[in-house]
Design a protein around this ligand. Sequence first.
Ligand SMILES: Cc1ncc(COP(=O)(O)O)c(C=O)c1O
Length: 488
Amino acid sequence: MNTSLEHFLLPVNSTVQNALKVIDQNAQGICFIVDEFQRPVGILTDGDLRRAFLNGTKLQDGVEYIMNRNFTVLPFDTHTDIINGNLNQKIKHIPLVDQDGRLVDFANKFRTKRIPIMQPQLSGNELAYVSDCITSGWISSQGSYVKRFEEAFTKYCQMPYALAVSNGTTSLHLALVSLGIGAGDEVIIPDFTFAATINAILYTGAVPVIVDVDLTSWTIDPICIKKAITPKTKAIMPVHIYGHAADMDVIMEIANEHQLFVIEDSAEALGSTYHDQPIGSFGDVSSFSFFGNKTITTGEGGMLLFKDKAVYERAAILRDHGMSKNKRYWHDMIGFNYRMTNMQAAVGVAQMERVDDIVYHKRKIAQFYDQALRKYPSLQLHGEKDHTTNSYWLYTFLIKESSKFNREELAERLAKNGIETRPTFYPMHSMPIYAKYGRKEDLKNSIYISETGLSLPSYADITMEELENVTAAIATAFTTIAFNQIEN
Ligand SMILES: Cc1ncc(COP(=O)(O)O)c(C=O)c1O
């Protein structure tokens, strides 16, 4: 049985014999008739064909005379419940179209669920704890869950002090400001990251200095850090990208030698380790994000971890409008409102109760993908460097330049099978607003990873059936894309 979309399509100028062939090959008793732009114009089932033959239709007649023009169409991102609500005894197949009306997928009772790249797991105590906030009235940033969430983090990451904040970008900004970094300072960052890393530095008036990454771990290359240090350098901000730990021993050594601060951007790496020590426990300050697609989520949210009590205390004041701890409504510093609400923290506490389980499943997913994809020489898997464990925020691989097809072709194939994928981040220097902070000639690895990387569905409760669907669709893509190229 062939379930990918191309086995169901038939151009509107085809014959009844062509339709029979398509239906025979997909073995599902149906085909979708499309116009030159791949917009659905009719549906034909094996039942329609039988009835047409009884009425005298011949094999060489056109399908347009017998196809069913009256059918339900839905946008491809329609919620599963709504799709299910439209399926019934009469409507057994629903074409799903993109914003241009092009047929990109279809649903039937066995095929209503798309496989997203990420989705949160909120099946523990999340609802009970949020209900507790609401029934008790403790919904803003005062309330016991904020402290409980912070404590859970200090324990999990083995750091002495924690502050919950409003998101992973405000947390990076607060980290920099509480370390006293500002105008005239330079902060070294990797080119391959999400824009929040560089934006946080720019908010402070400091200058980001963009350097290249290592081709295996995709994290900041320590050799490039060394070359970028100047008398103005104040800090290094490694990013544990896609869950892979940066080379923290070497980075800390460089930082100690040059008396630089280290701020770990750990937004994507909760649960990863380096030399058996949790990510987030190496730098002076480390920062996490709990956006909806992160390893654990609070909807929006962030966390800062500190080694030094004085820096933590300063950050706590800055988080709360810069207000004095001893004199209410007296402001010693120009602060921010970067607090997390008790309701967000309530979700966070429930998530931390299951963090080990979530990370365990994400590592199992990576193992499954690794095993299935290792056999393709044109893929470069991310994996783990020695002495690291990856929590695989998003399972991501590179499609080598030598491959017969590129990432976009593979992504399109998977999308047609209802599988969401995501290309890797753009390199920071490639965007005009950041171009002056790095030199393209020095950033080759970052460019390569950015142009060839693709992430697969990676949520902790993905089912074995869904995982098998993803790897089967990749296998089909390898066969059919390569085959088409030989034919052309
Ligand atoms: C590496 C990195 N840093 C920082 C952030 C910012 O986090 P947030 O979206 O919570 O502001 C993100 C994620 O979005 C990220 O991936």
